[in-house]
Design a protein around this ligand. Structure first.
Ligand code: ZN
Length: 342
């Protein structure tokens, strides 16, 4: 019989209550203390990461274009997982779906696309700090079908959704919850110009001024097995230092300098409101925005390791006494998103 982290996780809550909780109750977690998160972190697995990608990037989902049946199926799949993890709905009226419509007056097809972000919540355990939240996000939409070909979007961005779901599961399994609230958002319409995250910013379900950081996962399963590009945290030294400390536990090679991607995924919608952001990405490849971006080509171990890093970072940000600060490098131009986004 092999050691099973999942079995250990079932036994863990009792051990925590008996041994660790008196220490925890007396003081807030110190910086860089990842000990309580290390075991739940291993509920993030490469096997489940691959399974989520296989499902979301399968023919049944037809490339998950915004406003299509395949897009809605993906939204329902994500909401079902959040429900399985017993996470609270984070939308209005106790729903996981944040429904809205996108008007496309110049489109040759339909004029109106009906779509939705999917939002879930793990309330924090501290009466005061739980009024603040860390957001973890990934977009679930892709390009759909063109000229009879399905654009499967396995790396872009079934990989990020797999990570988001695995992180959500890990938080749901934690015997002791973080001090601050964690919010999980699967964004729609990113490929149409960050429209899902833009809609969320205009209709936030948690106060923006109480949102302490946003962690984005977009395209996290390709290229060199040990490398991840870190974008946006150069504007928030506190967040960047925590990320480096968390990575001591994971051992990925952190690459910087992806400034050209700063405006090209959903973290930009948050940065424009001066919220500290970090965007994990594993760079472009020859299958980017082509029908050959398929689940057989992804590296599920990479998804799992980057997601474990994001999980440790979120855990730590949610437990710090001080929230990270955003320093804009230059004045951001408040325009609509761009066409050629991730
Ligand atoms: Zn894309």
């Amino acid at each position: 019989m092999t050691f099973s982290y999942k079995t250990a996780l079932k036994i863990l809550p009792l051990a925590f209550i008996l041994i660790i909780s008196p220490i925890w109750a007396s003081s807030k977690t110190k910086p860089f203390d990842f000990s309580a998160a290390k075991l739940p972190m291993y509920s993030i697995t490469l096997k489940e990461s691959q399974q989520h990608v296989n499902i979301l990037a399968s023919e049944a989902f037809q490339g998950r274009a915004t406003g299509t049946e395949g897009g809605f199926r993906a939204a329902q799949y994500i909401a079902d997982q959040f429900a399985n993890y017993n996470l609270l709905p984070g939308g209005k009226n106790n729903q996981y779906f944040q429904n809205f419509e996108i008007a496309r007056p110049l489109s040759p097809d339909e004029d109106i696309l009906k779509t939705q972000n999917i939002i879930a919540m793990q309330p924090g355990r501290d009466p005061e700090l739980s009024k603040e939240a860390v957001i973890i996000g990934a977009h679930f939409d892709h390009l759909g079908k063109k000229n009879g070909k399905i654009y499967f979007g396995a790396d872009d961005n079934a990989s990020g959704i797999a990570g988001l779901l695995e992180i959500a599961e890990a938080f749901s399994r934690m015997p002791i919850k973080p001090l601050r609230t964690i919010i999980f958002i699967a964004f729609t319409a990113e490929e149409l110009g960050l429209l899902g995250s833009d809609h969320y910013m205009k209709n936030p379900t948690f106060p923006l001024r109480k949102t302490v950081a946003m962690i984005n996962l977009d395209m996290i399963s390709r290229n060199e097995p040990n490398n991840v590009t870190v974008i946006g945290s150069n504007r928030s030294p506190g967040l960047d230092a925590l990320n480096k400390a968390a990575n001591e536990e994971i051992g990925l090679t952190l690459e910087y300098g992806g400034e050209g991607y700063f405006t090209r995924s959903d973290q930009y919608s948050f940065a424009r409101h001066d919220i500290p952001v970090i965007f994990y990405n594993t760079k472009s490849h020859k299958d980017y925005h082509r029908s050959t971006d398929i689940s057989e080509k992804i590296n599920p171990e990479k998804i799992a390791r980057i997601s474990r890093l994001a999980f440790l970072l979120a855990w730590q940000v949610a437990n710090m006494n001080e929230r990270p600060v955003y320093h804009p490098l230059f004045k951001t131009v408040k325009t609509k998103g761009q066409n050629d986004v991730n």
